[in-house]
Design a protein around this ligand. Structure first.
Ligand code: GDP
Length: 397
């Protein structure tokens, strides 16, 4: 009986002890602290002073409120409003090799058709005609297709390539010779003379200009550069919002106008001014690609360029071309090239066409290298163009 009474007393004392410890922690503060913890979680660990856990892991008596606690809102939000997270994009190096499987899927038809034809026992005139046709169908262009066919014919005669490996090696070197150019494919992305590098992104609407600006800003930031984006496509209302979203995700400043149909040249000028003031590495300007008449386009892009040049030089004019539009896209590209000095081509949507021959056609037609390729709608689906990776993807090797 005495033991029973002692047991009841011990249990009662223990229960009071635990409850007492819990009661020592003021409820209000517990609530605020939880709210702050949710907020602070996004930026870093809680400060030590507000930690409720003793070094030994046991529950300590309530610490006096820190200055941070006192300044914290007393209302407890069940869910702290999320802070827009800034992503850390991956660097651009080696991307085309990583995205090769996607390219190989879209281009394998063209490569395997050529390999099959070249591996026939008898390479007669009809077969050579078929080879030329495959090349033309892949958007290589009539003249380059004829030249490639004739080159291959000579090589077969001279070298007598017959085994599958020999045929593949011969086709690979012929395609590489057509894709490679002497002009450099590198982009000027370094500050110079104390000014940011300035890139103007031009092209017909819908080709992927805004998306390319966003992807390129991400890639540059991934490579450790600081970027300012200029939303000078003031014609399409959604373009500035689209660019803003891209910028916010990676921490690139976006310069835009509040007014609808604002003057693109003035937005471009402001963006470059911000880039200079903030000592950015690169300023990327998205433009509108209306193609009413060549004169309209010349007036608009010419003015944007002239106005930027009041502050600093334009280092790159990147022409965005949708690979799925084939010869029609090429005609549009020609008009742009007549209006501005294009320094590089960005070939988008190469993942959505089997006509990769457009790389050869556009370089030949405009005399400007393909510098970047778009291989999907994902944020990191833009890659510096790598001829060897491209040819290997076509040949499925
Ligand atoms: P803009 O009018 O020239 O600025 O074109 P947008 O940047 O708005 O792009 C038009 C559409 O093309 C969008 O749906 C993009 O997601 C899509 N797009 C852009 N680049 C690529 C690409 O490389 N591959 C694919 N599949 N879609 C792309």
């Amino acid at each position: 009986m005495i033991a029973y009474i002692i047991l009841i007393v011990v249990v009662a004392v223990l229960l009071l002890g635990v409850g007492g410890t819990m009661l020592l922690r003021p409820r209000g503060m517990h609530g605020v602290r939880r709210g702050r913890a949710q907020e602070l979680d996004l930026t870093g660990p809680l400060p030590k002073a507000s930690d409720n856990t003793s070094p030994g892991g046991g529950t300590a008596t309530a610490a006096p409120p820190s200055a941070a606690d006192l300044l914290a809102p007393t209302t407890q939000y069940p869910e702290a409003p999320p802070r827009p997270g800034v992503e850390k994009p991956p660097p651009s190096a080696g991307r085309m090799v990583r995205l090769r499987a996607r390219l190989a899927r879209s281009q394998s038809g063209f490569g395997s058709a050529l390999l099959a034809l070249l591996s026939r026992d008898r390479l007669d005139d009809d077969t050579w005609d078929e080879i030329e046709e495959v090349l033309i169908t892949a958007d290589v262009g009539v003249t380059p297709a004829r030249q490639m066919t004739s080159d291959l014919r000579t090589r077969v005669k001279v070298e007598g390539a017959r085994t599958p490996d020999e045929v593949r090696a011969m086709l690979r070197s012929e395609l590489l010779a057509q894709v490679e150019t002497e002009a450099s494919r590198s982009l000027r992305t370094q500050r110079h003379e104390g000014r940011p590098a300035v890139m103007l992104v031009v092209g017909v609407n819908g080709t992927g200009k805004t998306t390319t600006c966003g992807k390129l800003a991400r890639a540059l930031i991934g490579d450790g550069e600081t970027v300012v984006l200029g939303a000078a496509d003031t014609f399409r209302a959604a373009a500035a919002d689209q660019l803003q979203t891209w910028g916010e995700r990676v921490g690139a400043k976006v310069v835009r106008s509040d007014k609808e149909q604002a003057d693109p040249a003035s937005v471009a000028f402001d963006a470059v001014s911000v880039g200079i003031e903030q000592e950015a590495d690169v300023v990327l300007i998205d433009t509108a690609g209306r193609l009413h008449t060549k004169n309209d386009l010349m007036d608009e892009l010419g003015k944007v360029k002239r106005v930027i040049e009041k502050r600093t030089a334009v280092d790159e004019v990147l022409l965005v071309l949708d690979a799925t539009t084939g010869q029609n896209g090429l005609r549009q590209a020609r008009v742009f090239a007549e209006v501005v000095d294009v320094t590089g081509i960005v070939l988008t949507k190469l993942d959505g066409t089997a006509k990769g021959g457009i790389v050869i056609a556009v370089q030949r037609e405009l005399g400007v290298p393909v510098k970047l390729v778009g291989l999907g709608e994902g944020p990191d689906d833009l890659a510096p163009f790598d001829p060897a990776a491209f040819v290997d993807a076509i040949l499925g090797s």
